[in-house]
Design a protein around this ligand. Structure first.
Ligand code: C2O
Ligand code: CU
Length: 488
């Protein structure tokens, strides 16, 4: 299908959607608008180079501990093989789509050019089965990122991959730099993501009474923990029975880059017997914050520094409010023989000092300057389990009118959660500041608990059409999405 240009931004973000058109005006700055190329030009860095990768998305059989599962994956690996690029350089990824259906790639958290953002029929045409597409863009900011398809429920299969953007000035002071990517897994275990959504919708007619639908509760998440109970939880593609080992030199420092690539699960993460120091939230630097444990919603990232004392220390990522956990083991190089506690232990640190958003203080380099917002728009988080429907302002995508902004403005979005479920809300193309304080951390995804209102501010410096949505894959597919639309 032809890509709608500026002035007629047609889309069907939910692959099962009706294909209706959002209420975009003729003033919309579309992905092919010259303003997009101009913004890209401003990102250019002297002496930059091009980093190239080739990637295939295809059906694959992969080993998960004692079992083999049929799934969809990048390069037949779960997660896809980590990509690294230096900030300011150009990333070029040639994607071949060998899946049985159309796909796209969204570069989660990166403020890149709009026509490379990977939202089908909004920023580019769908990449059909058997087709290919080359993504090419300047990578603006260092940090921990990842990518995934923006089509239907494909993210809840094995299609996800870490993307690490290194500083131009070289690595920081640590001996080990390790991604820990978490995922709630069901594909190939007797049900598919699509069947799971169908059964969530089929509960509509059932009388579930009052109280929790799922029976999965979490105080930290303000009630229901999620909609789906998963048979497996993976860390770097491995179930806890086959947990990976991470070697750290004795007396050394490890930078652990936590990424939640799950679809319906928050993880509470701790390292047995060790403190961790949070240094980055969603890629951006914060003042070091020492805690015992962090809660990480879908789409969020935290970088933490751990300096393990001599020994073998399980890292446990508890599926918050749900059965199961994903695990790894940190082992210092001076350990000879001996063994770590068996999988399934619950380190006391999980119940220790928990990182709160209020602990996150933006480092000097990550602060937004003080400015009154030109746009202040509220989005009410709405929806329910029966019927299974999620939306902003009770208008499932693409019915809610876009938040219209223009280049140069300071924009404030207010997310008011009037549903009974927590939602990790993600904004494309920008990293916002959380809250009104000058020192609020920069993030691109924020958990909004039932009854809460969360405010975020950002500068409108990246023209185009951008999605705001819940990063629960099932809620997104259910319609919990809207647009930030640059207009002229
Ligand atoms: Cu990772 Cu539209 O999101
Ligand atoms: Cu949600």
């Amino acid at each position: 299908m032809a890509l709608a240009g500026a002035g007629a931004v047609a889309l069907t973000g939910c692959s099962s959607g009706s294909g209706s058109t959002p209420a975009s005006t003729s003033r919309a700055v579309g992905p092919e608008d010259p303003a997009v190329a101009r913004a890209e030009k401003r990102r250019a860095v002297k002496g930059s180079t091009v980093t190239r990768y080739a990637l295939t998305a295809a059906a694959a059989t992969v080993e998960l501990g004692s079992r083999e599962v049929a799934t969809w994956a990048y390069g037949a690996a779960i997660p896809g093989k980590e990509m690294r690029v230096t900030a300011g350089d150009t990333l070029e990824v040639a994607l071949s789509n060998d899946l049985p259906e159309a796909t796209s790639i969204h570069w989660h958290g990166l403020a890149i050019r709009n026509d490379m953002d990977g939202v089908p029929d909004l920023t580019q045409p769908q990449i059909g089965a058997g087709k290919s597409f080359t993504y090419r863009f300047t990578v603006p900011d260092p940090g921990t990122y990842w990518f995934h398809p923006h089509m239907g429920l494909q993210l809840d299969r094995g299609l996800y991959c870490p993307l690490i953007v290194e500083e131009r000035s070289g690595a920081g002071a640590y001996d080990v730099d390790q991604v820990l990517i978490l995922d709630d897994w069901l594909d190939g275990t007797g049900t598919t993501p699509d069947e799971t959504l169908a059964s969530l919708k089929a509960m509509e007619g059932m009388d579930m009474g009052s109280g929790s639908m799922s029976g999965m509760q979490s105080d930290l998440l303000g009630g229901d923990a999620g909609d789906v109970s998963y048979p497996l939880h993976l860390l770097n593609g491995r179930p806890s029975e086959d947990r990976p080992t991470i070697a750290v030199p004795a007396g050394g420092r490890a930078r652990l880059r936590l990424i939640n690539a799950g679809s319906d699960t928050a993880y509470r993460v701790a390292v047995t017997g060790q403190k961790m120091t949070v240094t980055h939230a969603d890629g951006f630097e914060v003042e070091p914050a020492e805690v015992d444990t962090v809660l990480i919603g879908m789409g969020e990232r935290y970088d933490v520094i751990v300096e393990p004392s001599s020994g073998s220390w399980p890292i446990v990522a508890l599926a918050e409010g749900k059965p199961g956990a994903a695990e790894a083991v940190l082992v210092t190089s001076d350990v000879r023989g001996g063994s770590a506690p068996a999988p399934g232990s619950r380190p006391p640190a999980l119940d220790g000092r928990l990182l709160a958003y209020s602990d996150l203080v933006a480092a000097e380099s990550s602060r937004l300057d003080r400015r009154a917002p030109n746009v202040d728009e509220q989005l009410v988080l709405t929806g329910s389990m029966t019927p299974y429907a999620w939306s902003f302002d009770s208008k499932p995508y693409p019915e809610r009118p876009p938040v219209e902004i223009s280049e140069g403005q300071r924009v404030r979005l207010r997310f008011e959660n009037r549903s009974d479920m927590w939602h990790p809300i993600h904004v494309h193309g920008h990293t916002f500041r959380l809250g009104r304080a000058d020192t609020g951390p920069r993030k691109d995804t924020v958990n909004v608990l039932p009854g809460e209102t969360v405010e975020v501010d950002f500068d409108a410096v990246n023209p185009g059409q951008w999605m705001i949505h819940c990063h629960n894959t099932y809620h997104l597919e259910g319609g919990m999405a809207a647009l930030v639309s640059y207009v002229r």
